[in-house]
Design a protein around this ligand. Structure first.
Ligand SMILES: [Mn+2]
Length: 480
């Protein structure tokens, strides 16, 4: 333990997110006045035996602290209720909560943790930030994690403070909160944790300026990843597991230029493209195939893009591939046309489905006597055989962001400026689909873009990645 030079300071300074998280915490405080709010980062998760997955904080924690990359296992953000008007500053002056970040700070070098703890010790995983580092980085008061138990328990119980915890992030913290509630004899019908989970999810429905900038960054890095994949296609065709060439090229780019991928990359060539979540990616990439690549780079702030392109492996679509592609593109364009403030989220899907059903009717694929209009009715839906998924989902820190938002704000919600979501219609004809002509079988096409709702319409954040079939072909040729 001895004869180590004094440790150099990490010298962390305020993250660019820090100035935005103040308003986010204030908004949460306003929604749940007088309640102690517990938002864990989560802990390290075992991959197998004594090896862990790389750490990634829970999105609610990342959103409210501004911490990204692998910061900080076992940390817990707590918003303590204080007398109204004496809390942390918000847009409308001091609020009703004071935020404290409880962290496990770096152990001193005369502590066994330093050399003997493979999970947290400096010798094993590097120096973690000190309390001062955490405060500098986030602008939030930082305390030792050992103080958490007492801090949570303070004044809990009869007529006292009520505790809510974001569930699904950290089992140990959830159990601790539950114990405190039982000890305090809290009643069953009290406010439930779902209210907090819902609130943290709904806070993210509208992105602030910093989040939009991060989304642009994630999209830009993702587009570069797609370019790298097109350059790697000759190598992919040569390899017995060409889809892995596609996956590793994209994922390598994500690690080099961002934090990681925002979700497992789907690299699906030919028939595999008809399996919606094909992530095994161990197939060949054959001449004549359409390659469906669904990937997103997650940047260091943990915002992710989610983009799909369906690319002709040889650089040019065949007639039938082009026909399917154009139908999907028309559906996407119809969705873009209605995606503006005032429209409902579900209108976007409906617009895409109208085009999909119309094309399938035109091609004679709907069952005898069923028109596109019949199919679009509640008792129809025959067109969904070839597109079983939704057209859109919110996007941000989670690839399926805001998933715990109430239905009236999400599916039934009205579009507002600052919302970011995907538009991603597709058509998938399985190799053994006897309801379509043979030449359609074994082709899957999806076109997915990331959309920002603006004051008067929308902006396609991923527009720099070609969408029209002739543009895709020209772009692929330019990269050859
Ligand atoms: Mn998506």
């Amino acid at each position: 333990m001895s004869q180590w030079a004094p440790r150099a300071e990490l010298g962390l300074t305020a993250s660019p997110a820090a100035q935005y998280t103040v308003a986010r915490r204030a908004a949460l405080s306003e929604r749940l006045p007088g309640v102690r709010l517990v938002i864990p980062a989560g802990s390290l998760k075992t991959r197998s035996n004594d090896t862990d997955y790389r750490f990634r904080p829970h999105s609610a924690f990342a959103h409210l602290t501004g911490l990204g990359t692998d910061r900080e296992p076992d940390a817990v953000l707590v918003l303590h209720p204080v007398e109204d008007g004496s809390g942390d500053p918000g847009p409308d002056g001091a609020g009703g909560h004071h935020a404290v970040l409880y962290v496990r700070p770096l152990a001193p070098r005369d502590n066994e943790e330093f050399y003997a703890d493979a999970r947290y010790g400096e010798f094993w995983v590097g120096a973690r930030p000190s309390l001062a580092d955490v405060e500098a980085l986030t602008g939030i008061e930082a305390r030792h994690i050992d103080e958490l138990g007492d801090a949570l328990a303070k004044d809990v119980g009869d007529g006292g403070v009520h505790l809510l915890v974001v569930t699904g992030a950290d089992d140990a913290i959830e159990s601790l909160v539950e114990e405190l509630r039982v000890e305090a004899g809290e009643e069953e019908d009290a406010l439930t944790d779902e209210k907090l989970v819902e609130a943290t999810s709904e806070l993210r429905l509208i992105k602030d300026e910093y989040e939009i900038e991060q989304m642009r960054e994630a999209v830009a890095r993702t587009i570069e990843g797609f370019e790298a994949v097109v350059r790697a296609l000759p190598a992919a065709k040569e390899h017995r597991r060409g889809e892995r060439v596609v996956e590793t090229t994209f994922d390598g780019h994500a690690r080099l230029e961002g934090n990681a991928v925002g979700y497992e990359t789907i690299a699906a060539s030919g028939e595999h493209a008809t399996t919606l979540h094909w992530i095994r990616n161990d197939g060949e990439v054959r001449s004549g195939d359409v390659l469906l690549l669904d990937g997103g780079v997650e940047v260091d702030s943990l915002y992710t893009a989610d983009i799909t392109r369906s690319l002709p492996v040889d650089g040019e679509f065949t007639d039938v591939q082009r026909k399917i592609y154009q139908a999907v593109l028309d559906a996407a364009d119809a969705a873009f046309a209605v995606a503006k403030p005032g429209a409902r989220f579900r209108d976007v899907h409906a617009a895409a489905m109208e085009v999909i059903a119309a094309r399938l009717e035109e091609w004679g694929f709907l069952p005898d006597g069923v028109t596109a209009a019949d199919a679009l009715g509640d008792d129809g839906q025959q067109h969904r055989r070839w597109m079983v998924h939704g057209t859109s989902h919110h996007l941000g820190l989670d690839v399926h962001d805001c998933a715990q938002a109430r239905r009236e704000l999400y599916l039934d919600g009205v579009l507002e400026p600052g919302m970011v979501f995907t538009i991603e219609p597709g058509l998938y004809f399985k190799a053994d689909d006897l309801a379509v002509p043979e030449e359609f079988r074994g082709i899957g096409v999806r076109i997915e873009d990331d959309v920002l709702i603006t004051e008067d319409g929308n902006e396609n954040l991923s527009a720099a990645l070609p969408r029209r079939p002739e543009d895709v072909e020209a772009w692929m040729a330019s990269l050859r």
